[in-house]
Design a protein around this ligand. Sequence first.
Ligand code: ADP
Ligand code: MG
Length: 323
Amino acid sequence: MKEFDLIDRFFKHGGHQRKDVIIGIGDDAAITQIPANQYLATTTDTLVSGVHFLPDSDPRAVAYKAVAVNLSDLAAMGAEPAWISLSLSIPDINQDWLASFTEGLYELTQYYSVQLIGGDTVSGPLALTITAQGFVPHDSALRRSGAKPGDWIYVTGTVGDAGAGLDILKGELEAEQAAADFLIKRHQYPSPQVVAGTALRRAASACIDVSDGVLGDLRHILHSSHCGALLHVDKLPLSEALRSSVSPQRAIEYALTAGDDYELLFTVAEDFKSQVETAFSSFNVNATCIGQVTGAVNKVELKLNNSPYRYEGAGGFEHFNAK
Ligand code: ADP
Ligand code: MG
């Protein structure tokens, strides 16, 4: 099979087709239409075999996650996803591998009406780069930099699951079957919070997606916003599967420091609190208030049931300096 046949067979006709794609796959570049009064949001992520995923990983899971992490970045900006392009480096043309890969690629694009509009295919070590683009109305992009002292800190869904799932895959954690399945699925097939992201436009003061654990990503918001935070670790939303698999202390550590949950972490001023909570309940999205922004620049104070919480994982200190 030649490169052109491969593109024709696996990429040209698969997936969702959109009206705003004037010219899709098959020419020298894609031509697309951006709606009036909207900005274009663009993000890109590369996954390299042996670095970001194990060489023998299920290709469906690899492709799914590559799309998910890109859509999650768009969601964190409040953007509605529209198009992706794919650069693929593969050592050989294995049609079974490609069939499974494209199945994973089209799952979320189909669900969110996103079209694959182009890419590049080369022979080389296994690696893929996805670029995702979406729309956000003028003046409503969510940024990391708008948090203010007094704002409430929220996180969607549950946190810590993906980190525990990865440890189960690596054989470093054991869990009962149903819980293990759930945690591994959270690691391999994360759900980008697209609806939550668009619902937060103009309502959240800052937003980021959780790819490095709540603490690490909160630090990014605090650094960009020149603020600090008080975080109630007992309020962290933890899944039943995580709680039943590890000690309460360990569950909190997964949530704080293990990555890859792809939930949204955001801050909301007091005046917008009820608006956000109403919007989320109407969209059936869970968000939990886990703390409050403070004026202590780059400091994170952790509390457990209102007492200082000693976090032993990183040298046992209570106050974190957000770089
Ligand atoms: P060129 O040589 O002009 O760069 P290519 O032969 O690389 O064009 O690609 C032909 C068409 O197929 C282009 O529209 C390109 O965007 C698309 N394409 C190539 N590889 C992929 C891929 N992995 N996924 C999606 N589209 C692809
Ligand atoms: Mg060309």
